[in-house]
Structure formats: structure tokens, C-alpha cells
Design a protein around this ligand. Structure first.
Ligand code: ATP
Ligand code: MG
Length: 528
């Protein structure tokens, strides 16, 4: 039964192939499209084809069984082709046809809420995607004159990022860290936080395990994030050619929304796998290997991808494409080949430390090794006012903490810095899939920098934070609006917020005055 079905399928593909061949023969006889090539050899994701002298670089070729390939190595007598489908069905001697076009992908609003592969096939069982528009997967990046500076923040909903490492719309911020340090979680939380903010999200999973993808899809579904998200997936057992084209195809989908004036967030999870697949293809195509066996154009592979993320100026619709590329480091080696390439291409990196992860400081962002180069300009005044003092106090704490580990006797001031720092760390912790709204974040950060958490024991910080956020409801509407917009508070309004905080924190205050906690705020926290 199964065999006859397969035979039928093969026959119908063969018919399609013959039809396509016939149409090529009758149309435009002078352009060389009627050429018929032959498969010389086929193996692990690449095929060698001869007999297509007119084929161009990156032209899409059609093989029997409706399998496509990209002409990648154009040599004098043969072509090295990257296969995009199940090449195990092909044999030496099979016919190959030119299509006369480059690889393209369906774009449009119909893609929102769907899970697709880089060729545009639906993977979610919700039927075929009908889109009238297609765009090439490789497109030139917008010109400098078409771009405008990054000025609008993209809120991640994570306190540690929004306060200390802000990301702007149109920025490219790398997320890096060893395996299992929470890289994907940060990106997914950022997607969840875009709910109701008129941002379209594109999540591109490259060569991941099916189980990991299923977990991510379930999280997105649970939080209704599919209303504004497109997911592109290639799995570990797909041909490496699909991994190679996936981020470009996803970017084209993002660019479609950006060109219609929308703000778009794109996550590439992860580019290490992408680079590995490209290395595999390059080695199979006998391109000369360079450092770490990567081919010479590996930098170009990622730079041409990430250059496409930008903030367009008003004449070009004013849309933006913010990129969060993810990369896996090995043994915390940030200076390996691919990580350094990406650090130099992007506008900053979020470094996740396995040590912090092991200590339970989640998200495990190592603030000292992370940087956001253009995001600070886009950060709202409300955040900016608290972030300076916070950064300073946290840096002082981290320095003292390593020192204090050796059992050094510290003076009272240093002890205070440590106590304050521990509370900052506790407040910057955040559970997965729980992005915080802006007003809640700012009120917590204000409480923190004014030293009001310093009189509360570390074990009750979480409940104290919840109480402070609940206290927002008792503030007057103009103050709440100001907090929601992350605008600067007037001194008077700020005092009202702090009064509210003091009242709600009363039940949590330490009753034992012995302990290291002092009632007066420490100096680093009094800046604002
Ligand atoms: P991989 O290298 O396998 O891709 P990763 O670096 O993407 O891993 P995640 O899959 O995001 O890491 O997270 C690793 C584990 O840590 C998961 O089990 C996740 O549930 C947990 N985790 C991540 N962030 C948090 C958090 N803020 N709170 C609690 N658990 C978290
Ligand atoms: Mg991951």
C-alpha cells in the first residue's frame, strides 16, 4: 500500500518535471534555460552536476522528485550544488534543469502565526501557505542614506537588560554563552514581551533538536505569542543546505514587514550551527579550509546577514529590524573564531556565564563582560536615571565580592556595598517567561537605587518586589502613566512613589537592628 503510494508520488513528480522541462524548451530559446544537465555524483548534502554551461551563481536548479538545489560552485566543467531536499532519492545520471531564478521565499501577512521551513513549506499541519508575493532570500542591505539612528528602545521585559544593557530598535545584539546557559530563554522572553507592542517577531531555529523546538513552540503558544510571530525551523537531520539558507530566508520575511513600516524583531538560534553547516558544505565542495577549518568567506557569511538589520528613515517607511543572533561558546572562550567575528559585526553582546547559572543567578547575564553599544541612546529617561547608579554599585559589589571570598575582614562601608550589591543581584534575577512591564521595572529599580531594599532580608526580596509592584495601583494615574512611558519623574512625584514603597515595605523590614543592614541608604544608591 505504502509502496504504491510512493510510486504514485514519484510518477506525479516525474510528470511535473517533464512539464517543467517542456515549458523551458518552448520559452525563450535563446537564454539557455532549456539546457539539461546530469547528476555526476551526489552525497551528504551536495551534488556535482555537469552539462549546464549557462547556469549562474546561486541559481536554483530543479532535480527529479521536485527537489531543489542552489548552484554554488561554478567550475569550468561542472557545478557544485547545495541540495535543499531529500537527496537520497537522486542517482547519478538523473536530469537537472535550470529555473533561471535565485532562491526565494514566500512573504506576507499570511505567515504570521505559522511554522515553516526555509523553503516555505508549512510544518504546523495547518495547510499550505498561500502567499502572492515572493522575495529573494539574499538581498542587499539598505543603503546608509536610507537608515536613521537607533532612538526607540525595544523592551525585553528583563530588568537586567532593560536597565543595564538596553537594546534599541534596529540594533544587533549578540547573545552568547556556553551550552545550556539560558541563551534561548532570553530571546524567547523578549519575544513574549512584544505582546501588544506592535512588533512582529521572527524566530529562526537553525539545526536544533526537534524536542527543543517543540518546547519553544509550546511556550510561544501558551503565551499567545503566535499572534505576532513567524517561526522558521530547520532540524538537526535536515540537509545542511537548509540550515545555510534559513537565516537569510527568515531575514527576508522580516524585511517584508520592515519595509511596510513595522518594527520587527528577529532571533537567529543559533549562528554557530549555521557556521558549522556552511563549513560542512564548503568542505564537501572542496573549498580551501582556513582557521578552524572554516572557509575564507565565513566572516562575509554573517556580516551580509546582520547588515540587513537596521532602522529605516521616515522616507523609507521608518520600520526597523532588530536582530538577536545567538552564538554558543565553548568552555567560555569568547575569543574563538566565530564569536570574535560576530562580536565585531554586532552592536554589543550579552554574555551568559555558566558560573552565574550554577549559582542560580538567572538570567545568568555577566554584566561586566556584556555591552550594548547603541542601546543607551535609545534608553528612556526613567531607566537612564536609575541605571548609572545601579551599574556603579553593581560593579563595586562584584569587585568586593571576589575579594571578600578569601575571608578578608572588611570595613563597615565595604560591608554595606556588599549588602547593597546582593540585593541588586537578587532584584535582577527573573524567572523564565515572566517579562515585567516597564512601570513595574522602574518602581523596583527606584526602590533598589534608593536603598529601600537594604533593610529587608535577602530571603524576602521576592515578596517585597511583588508588594512594591502591587503598590503601583495606589499611585495617581499621571504618575503611573509617567512610569509606564518610562519618562523622567519630577522630584515631587518621585517622593510620592518612594512614600508608597516605604509603606508597602513596612511589613518586610528587618526587626533585628543588629544585622548588617543599616537604615540609611548607601552612597552609591543616593544618586537617584
Ligand atoms: P542550548 O545551548 O541547549 O541551546 P540555551 O543556552 O539556549 O541552551 P536554554 O535552553 O534557554 O539555554 O535554558 C537552559 C535551561 O535553563 C532550561 O532548562 C531553562 O528552562 C532554564 N532557564 C533559563 N533561563 C531561566 C530563568 N530565568 N529561570 C529559570 N530557569 C531558566
Ligand atoms: Mg538554545
Amino acid at each position: 500500500m505504502k509502496l504504491s503510494f510512493e510510486n504514485e508520488l514519484k510518477q506525479s513528480y516525474q510528470q511535473l518535471f517533464e512539464q517543467f522541462k517542456h515549458s523551458r524548451e518552448t520559452a525563450q530559446p535563446s537564454c539557455g534555460l532549456q539546457e539539461i544537465g546530469t547528476v555526476k555524483s551526489v552525497s551528504a548534502g551536495v551534488a556535482i552536476v555537469d552539462g549546464l554551461p549557462g547556469a549562474g551563481f546561486e541559481e536554483l536548479l530543479l532535480f527529479p522528485g521536485n527537489i531543489h538545489g542552489i548552484a554554488f560552485n561554478i567550475d569550468e566543467h561542472e557545478i557544485g550544488v547545495i541540495m535543499l531536499g531529500d537527496y537520497s532519492l537522486l542517482n547519478a545520471g538523473d536530469e537537472v534543469l535550470r529555473t533561471g531564478r535565485v532562491m526565494d521565499v514566500a512573504v506576507g501577512n499570511d505567515l504570521i502565526g505559522r511554522v515553516i521551513d526555509p523553503i516555505g513549506r508549512a510544518l504546523d499541519g495547518k495547510g499550505q501557505i498561500f502567499s502572492t508575493q515572493r522575495m529573494p532570500i539574499e538581498r542587499p542591505a539598505p543603503a546608509i542614506m536610507a537608515r536613521s539612528p537607533v532612538t526607540e528602545p525595544l523592551q525585553t521585559g528583563l530588568k537586567v537588560l532593560d536597565a543595564l544593557l538596553p537594546i534599541g530598535r534596529g540594533q544587533r545584539e549578540l547573545i552568547m554563552g556556553d551550552r545550556q546557559t539560558g541563551k534561548t530563554s532570553i530571546a524567547i522572553d523578549t519575544i513574549l514581551n512584544q505582546k501588544g507592542k506592535d512588533v512582529i517577531c521572527v524566530y529562526c531555529a537553525i539545526g536544533q533538536k526537534a524536542a527543543s523546538v517543540a518546547k519553544i513552540l509550546a511556550t510561544l503558544k501558551l503565551h499567545n505569542a503566535f499572534d505576532y510571530t513567524v517561526v522558521m525551523v530547520t532540524e538537526g537531520n535536515d540537509p545542511p543546505g537548509l540550515d545555510y539558507i534559513a537565516p537569510y530566508a527568515a531575514t527576508t520575511i522580516g524585511e517584508f514587514f520592515m519595509s511596510s513600516g513595522k518594527d520587527v524583531l528577529i532571533v537567529y538560534d543559533d549562528l554557530t550551527q549555521h557556521a558549522r553547516s556552511y563549513r560542512e558544505l564548503s568542505l564537501l565542495l572542496r573549498r580551501p579550509p582556513g582557521r578552524e577549518a572554516f572557509p575564507g568567506d565565513i566572516f562575509y557569511l554573517h556580516s551580509r546577514l546582520l547588515e540587513r538589520s537596521t532602522h529605516l528613515n521616515d522616507e523609507n517607511g521608518g520600520g526597523s529590524l532588530t536582530a538577536l543572533p545567538i552564538i554558543e561558546t565553548e568552555e567560555q572562550n569568547m575569543s574563538a573564531y566565530i564569536p570574535t567575528n560576530l562580536i565585531s559585526i554586532t552592536d554589543g553582546q550579552i554574555y551568559l556565564s555558566p558560573t552565574l547559572f550554577a549559582l542560580g543567578v538567572l538570567p545568568a547575564v555577566d554584566v561586566g563582560k556584556s555591552v550594548s553599544r547603541v542601546g543607551g541612546k535609545a534608553q528612556r529617561a526613567g531607566f537612564r536615571k536609575v541605571s548609572g547608579a545601579l551599574k556603579l554599585a553593581y560593579a563595586q559589589f562584584e569587585e568586593l565580592e571576589s575579594f571578600a571570598r578569601f575571608g578578608a575582614r572588611l570595613d563597615a562601608n565595604s560591608l554595606l556595598t556588599i549588602e547593597h550589591g546582593q540585593r541588586i543581584r537578587a532584584c535582577l534575577k527573573q524567572a523564565e517567561s515572566r517579562p515585567l512591564p516597564v512601570a513595574a521595572q522602574i518602581v523596583i529599580l527606584l526602590t533598589l537605587t534608593n536603598g529601600l531594599f537594604d533593610t529587608i532580608s535577602l530571603s524576602s526580596i521576592n515578596e517585597a518586589q511583588t508588594a512594591v509592584v502591587a503598590g503601583l495601583a495606589s499611585l495617581s494615574p499621571p504618575i503611573v502613566a509617567c512610569l509606564e512611558q518610562a519618562d523622567s519623574l519630577t522630584d515631587d512625584n518621585k517622593q510620592q512613589v518612594l512614600n508608597m514603597v516605604k509603606t508597602v515595605l513596612q511589613p518586610f523590614m528587618l526587626t533585628d537592628p543588629q544585622l548588617p543592614l543599616k537604615t540609611q541608604p548607601i552612597s552609591a544608591g543616593t544618586h537617584e
